[in-house]
Design a binder for this molecule. Structure first.
Ligand SMILES: *Cc1c(COP(=O)(O)O)cnc(C)c1O
Length: 505
């Protein structure tokens, strides 16, 4: 009887409208396979056709091609759209996988993570609550546990995947602010807003720390003024004596030191602040200790260099950026805390989503630990990566990168045409072409010219940065396939453009 009714209702159903042609569902499996194949072919063309890191196109030229595009045009077919995307995007996309791309902190990605991306966006779980993610939540928790364990955290630790190091740093500063306020003033910022003395809160970070620390302070209502920049030593690491001086000076001025941020792997130099010393000072002044290991988390993967980040396990919170240092596609990052109770500082309960009566252990709702609600299942990429390549395999990539960076530093140090600023703990080198050391030139002019020419030509990409008003070039080596010969070729090209500038001027 019952099955009859079902049958009847089904036959009475209106024909499907709109046509499910483009919807991801079991009716369109053929279309799915077909289109994914085309997408893969586009990626392969990107690999095969772009034999240098960048085409060199200018924004002006590329923008012209957008002028006659009307997004309300009649829909096109896949072949046309893939072709359009090829001319507007993939043809000119910067190739992070290219061995002569040594500019910003962009790693080449590993294939298992790319495979995971396809599952992530097709199945499209949202990791905010158990009832939208199920096994995804448990996989994320397992990876967080793994990361905490690698950091050296104990059983009470916990964490969450985030959209990037900036969000992780924001969460660190948020917890630092709210924790301090409750502990020292019995004032709950989550409920009552900033306390009257909030403008006196101070966060200490080195002058080489990432700008997201200042941004966080401003977002959190403390103002950028809250960030006290501590001077670095000759190797661009925070000087812990100057840190303590700075803390005392702020206290004398009536200000309130709430947190110290140590950078494990600075963006410009790849150098690591003295974590243990800083931790001791943080404890002494009852401050929150946050370690920004967006870059330096790479060292968690290698036995050989792990000691460089010893002390990270003392941090109240840690930023790791898998999309900086674990060969993961954007986005994939983590925020870890020593004590999971800290997360209650940001938990909000919504009856429709994560009601308060959901016991944490019975029904895990990751939204309780996140400042995002709907959240990608980025963790799956790291899962695939660890299962297919493993920690040791990734570690061997990192060791190769560090070795290449050290050899590159050696080349720069031993060439009188170059001036190198740092010895990196990881793989970032800041240097400039200094031309003939016995003659004076406009070095800012030369090096700015070199960078611009490299970008215009596209055969090799390097970054640029400024220190004390001087312009420098920067290598960030994150590709295990980059050889010392590649570096030598880039250095020769730099010399070539340097000399060209001198000839013109
Ligand atoms: C890149 C970086 C960040 C920011 O990370 P995103 O993933 O770009 O948001 C933070 N800290 C350091 C040291 C970084 O290098």
């Amino acid at each position: 009887m019952k099955s009859n009714i079902t049958k009847h209702t089904f036959s009475e159903r209106e024909p499907l409208f709109p046509n499910p042609e483009n919807l991801f569902c079991e009716l369109t499996i053929h279309e799915y396979l077909n289109v994914m194949q085309k997408a893969k072919e586009t990626v392969v063309a990107f690999l095969e056709e772009n034999n240098k890191p960048f085409s060199g196109i200018t924004p002006e030229t590329l923008r012209k091609q957008f002028e006659n595009i009307d997004l309300n045009d009649a829909p096109k077919n896949y072949a046309d759209v893939f072709e359009e995307v090829r001319t507007l995007y993939t043809q000119h996309a910067v190739a992070f996988h290219h061995p002569k791309y040594v500019a910003h902190l962009n790693c080449p990605v590993v294939i298992p993570a790319v495979a995971a991306e396809m599952l992530i966006s097709s199945i499209n779980s949202s990791l905010d609550t158990w009832d939208q993610s199920t096994g995804g939540t448990l996989m994320e928790q397992k990876l967080i546990e793994w990361t905490c364990n690698e950091i050296g955290y104990g059983k009470n630790s916990d964490g969450i995947f985030t959209s990037g190091g900036s969000q992780s740093n924001l969460m660190g500063m948020l917890l630092a602010r709210d924790h301090y306020s409750i502990k020292h003033f019995n004032h709950h910022i989550k409920k009552n807003g900033l306390p009257e003395n909030a403008h006196r809160f101070r966060i200490f970070a080195s002058e080489a720390a990432h700008f997201s620390i200042q941004k966080s302070a401003s977002i959190l209502g403390l103002g950028e003024q809250a960030v006290v920049k501590v001077k670095t030593d000759h190797s661009f690491k925070m000087n812990s004596i100057l840190l303590e001086d700075a803390i005392q000076k702020e206290i004398e001025n009536g200000n309130i030191p709430i947190a110290v941020v140590a950078t494990a792997g600075t963006t410009d130099f790849g150098n690591i602040d003295p974590l243990t010393n800083i931790s001791t000072i943080a404890k002494k002044y009852k401050m929150w200790f946050h370690v920004d290991a967006a870059y330096g988390c790479a060292l968690l993967l290698t036995e050989k260099y792990r000691h460089l980040i010893n002390g990270i396990e003392d941090a109240d919170s840690v930023t790791v950026d898998y999309h900086k240092s674990f060969f993961q596609p954007v986005s994939s990052s983590g925020f870890l805390v020593k004590d999971r109770n800290y997360f209650t500082l940001i938990t909000h309960y919504a009856d429709y989503l994560n009601p308060k009566d959901h016991n944490e252990n019975e029904i895990p709702n990751q939204v309780n630990k996140s400042i995002q609600t709907t959240r990608r299942f980025d963790a799956l990429k790291l899962w695939f990566t660890l299962r297919i390549i493993g920690k040791k395999g990734l570690g061997s990539y990192i060791e190769r990168i560090i070795k290449t960076a050290r050899e590159a530093a050696f080349l720069l140090e031993n060439d009188p045409h170059f001036e190198i600023l740092n010895r990196s703990d990881i793989s970032a080198l800041v240097f400039r072409y200094s031309a003939d050391p016995f003659r004076t030139f406009d070095l800012n002019g030369i090096n700015t010219y070199i960078r611009a020419q490299l970008y215009r030509q596209g055969n090799a990409l390097v970054a640029g940065t400024k220190l004390n008003g001087q312009f420098y070039l920067k290598f960030t080596i994150l590709n295990p396939l980059t050889t010392i010969e590649d570096i030598q070729t880039i250095l020769n090209t730099i010399k070539h453009y340097g000399n060209e500038y001198i000839d013109i001027n």
